[in-house]
Design a protein around this ligand. Structure first.
Ligand code: AMP
Length: 216
């Protein structure tokens, strides 16, 4: 199954994508995580992306498409995958659809997770993240380890450089202007679902599993 988890920053796409990945045995592809890895590794892409990400803007479509094309052609994507953070513009959605056709893979189903804006701002301003595996720690529901080491991989838990008040607002504006319209691309194709993300993580996951059961 080929799934897009769609929604504003902080709605829980990463948390849910990791659960689906584990339970269904398909990879989670987070373009944000891939870019952060490129920034850490000081690759050409990382050097181009770093300042853009810190401003809360979008990395150009062409760079993103090269990244996603290379990733989707790897063998672990042959039976399905979950996209988290891609596509973020309508041209990205159109090119992704063409790429799937070229590779003779089935079309994506888009699942939107919605959370009210003020709750998103609260979540992002307090969120901490493993700098190595991307696991999110929300102090309201998780005990943050005293040694700041990730319980999953041992990486260091940090506050992401774009999780500050100014950049959070910018990212939400960018989402509303450039990313939210992407949903019409999938609605027009009859491959769009929307669920309430302002609930307990397991309740949200149950809603996603029901949708996945219907399209499997
Ligand atoms: P995320 O971890 O998904 O919140 O992404 C962090 C940042 O990476 C975003 O604010 C963008 O600057 C960049 N980014 C991630 N995915 C994309 C994408 N599909 N298109 C453009 N920029 C992206």
């Amino acid at each position: 199954m080929y799934i897009i988890l769609f929604g504003a920053p902080g709605v829980g796409k990463g948390t849910q994508a990791k659960k689906i990945s584990k339970d269904y045995g398909i990879p989670q592809i987070s373009t944000g995580d891939m870019l952060r890895e490129a920034v850490r590794g000081k690759t050409e892409l990382g050097k181009k992306a770093e300042a853009i990400m810190n401003r809360g803007e979008l990395v150009p479509d062409e760079l993103m498409l090269n990244l996603i094309r290379e990733r989707i052609s790897r063998p672990d994507c042959a039976k399905g995958l979950i996209l988290d953070g891609f596509p973020r513009t309508t041209p990205q959605a159109e090119e992704l659809s063409e790429l799937m056709g070229e590779m003779q893979l089935p079309p994506f189903t888009c699942i939107e997770i919605t959370v009210p804006n003020e709750k998103i701002i609260n979540r992002l301003s307090s969120r901490m993240t493993c700098s190595q595996c991307g696991k999110d720690y929300n102090p309201a529901i998780h005990q943050i380890p005293a040694d700041m080491k990730c319980t999953k991989c041992g990486g260091t838990i940090i506050t992401r450089s774009d999780d500050n008040a100014e950049t959070i607002q910018k990212r939400l504006n960018v989402y509303n202007e450039q990313t939210a319209p992407v949903k019409y691309f999938y609605k027009d194709k009859g491959r769009f679902f929307s669920i309430d993300g302002d609930r307990d993580v397991m309740e949200v996951y149950t809603s996603i599993s029901e949708i996945l059961g219907g399209i499997a």
